[in-house]
Design a binder for this molecule. Structure first.
Ligand code: CU
Length: 482
């Protein structure tokens, strides 16, 4: 008998529970603010170019995000070192994926080995400073704050500790994706790409540890503009991949701090762009503008195999400052969509004169020259990849009837001074290489004397050539004779 009131309580509770279940199934709320959360979950965080699993149909949850700030030295370009400040150990920082209605409990941890205090401003937050005021954290401390996720979209987060520009310039930015109820439509491949501009004490390519240059940052004169924190992060082994017929979604952010991105994929048209990361969807877009502190979701289907190049179409940034990545697509050719090359003729409307370029006298020599044969080979290979590869090709094989081979080249092996002269001053007129005649134009190369030595050492010690080691002194000697 005594248990009766207790039973009554139980049935009342279950009634309430049933009612709340029923209410949850409807999932129609006056506002996203009203969406109840069901249980707790630790957020999966990923380093670029990867993203966490889609939210799918999961209910709103209390989502616990644990983000660790790390200050660490890394390589921004071949031989160029830089001290990055990071969210989660990568630039851009760890990708966060949530859904509308989630309640995010954010733990910002500042590693005890760090030198500076930091904080986080998430553009997905509705509240003062986007969380910055509540998250200001000293080394060796953790700050916790919570926010309700109200709006779907792709949002930037960044450090907002003074000097704000410097914290962002050192790599403190990343993306948080808020999916709508039910999730984004599924695609085959998703990747995380974020542009950033860097300002170093030395000019682009100057090797060694480079300090941040505040004046260049104020003037917005970037030495490096890169995707995912460094030159070449998305090339070679880091290239993105897809198969013919797959749909690809890129979550593209721009951390800035200074520059706006004209994001383009060479050889693709974006089927869909979520403009500025919001709900407006544009179709059949060639290049989309991504503001500093903004983002866009771009989606496209890959139709034919090949290498597709991600660039900031402010094009010197791509080919001279690093804003270049690759999406390698494998699969069946489709000649209806793209034929490939059908004809190759020589066409020289401007006559056979050598094009005039600035001379090597105007180019500064590196303060940190190559110290060994191995370094000469490493730096030489880099120069080759930037300047020679387009005509002479990856393995020095050249292009038949247009550009002579550098591999197994009797022309090179016969006379090293003649080779140095060609790189310094260009070359035109008929020459014979390995029994074949070539009559094309090579322009003078805009590289320093040490770089001439390194690239020729690389060429002479590759592809069956005679292993000559070219020194800067040899280059200077050829110059002095001119
Ligand atoms: Cu910071």
């Amino acid at each position: 008998m005594k248990s009766l009131p207790f039973l009554k309580t139980i049935s009342l509770l279950s009634l309430l529970l049933m009612f709340s279940c029923f209410k949850e199934k409807k999932t129609e709320y006056a506002s996203t603010e009203e969406i109840p959360v069901n249980r707790e979950m630790i957020a999966e965080l990923t380093a670029p170019p990867h993203v966490p699993a889609p939210v799918g149909k999961r209910k709103a949850k209390k989502l616990i995000v644990k983000m660790e700030i790390l200050e660490a030295e890394g390589e921004i370009s071949n031989g160029v070192r830089y001290v990055y400040w990071t969210f989660g150990g990568s630039v851009p920082g760890s990708f966060i994926r949530a859904r509308v209605g989630d309640e995010i409990e954010f733990h910002l941890q500042n590693h005890p080995d760090n030198k500076l205090p930091h904080n986080i401003d998430l553009h997905a937050v509705n509240g003062p400073g986007g969380g910055a005021e509540s998250s200001f954290v000293a080394p060796g401390h953790e700050k916790v704050f919570s926010f309700k996720v109200l709006a779907p979209g792709l949002f930037v987060y960044h450090c907002a500790t003074a000097p704000v520009g410097m914290h962002i310039a050192n790599g403190m930015y990343g993306l948080i994706l808020i999916e709508p109820e039910g999730g984004l439509p599924p695609v085959d491949k998703e990747y995380y790409v974020m542009q950033g501009d860097f300002y170093t004490a030395g000019p682009n390519g100057e090797r060694g540890l480079q300090a941040f240059d505040m004046q260049k940052a104020v003037d917005e004169k970037a030495d490096y503009v890169v995707f995912n924190g460094s030159v070449g992060a998305l090339t070679g082994d880091g290239a993105l991949t897809a198969k013919v017929g797959e749909t690809v979604r890129l979550f593209v952010g721009n951390g800035g701090p200074g520059l706006v991105s004209s994001f383009h994929v060479i050889g693709e048209i974006f089927d869909k762009v979520h403009v500025e990361g919001g709900e407006l969807v544009n179709s059949n877009v060639q290049t989309t503008l991504i503001p500093a502190g903004g983002a866009a979701m771009v989606e496209f289907k890959v139709d034919v195999p090949g290498s597709y190049v991600l660039v900031d179409h402010s094009i010197f940034r791509a080919f001279n400052k690093g804003a270049l990545g690759l999406l390698n697509v494998t699969g069946e050719e489709n000649e209806k969509i793209y034929s490939g090359e059908q004809m190759d003729n020589i066409y020289l409307p401007e006559g056979p004169g050598i094009q005039k370029m600035p001379t090597t006298d105007e180019i500064k020599e590196s303060d940190v020259p190559a110290k060994s044969f191995d370094e000469q080979m490493k730096f030489g290979k880099q120069i080759y990849g930037q300047t020679c590869i387009a005509c002479h090709q990856a393995e020095g094989q050249g292009i038949a009837n247009a550009f002579p081979p550098l591999a197994n080249s009797d022309y090179l092996n016969a006379d090293v001074d003649r080779a140095i002269e060609a790189v310094l001053y260009g070359l035109s007129g008929e020459i014979t290489v390995n029994g074949n005649k070539y009559n094309s134009i090579m322009t003078a190369q805009m590289i320093s004397q040490e770089e001439v030595a390194n690239v020729l050492t690389y060429v002479y010690n590759s592809w069956g050539n005679n292993k000559t080691v070219v020194t800067t002194e040899m280059v200077k000697k050829v110059k002095s004779k001119k």
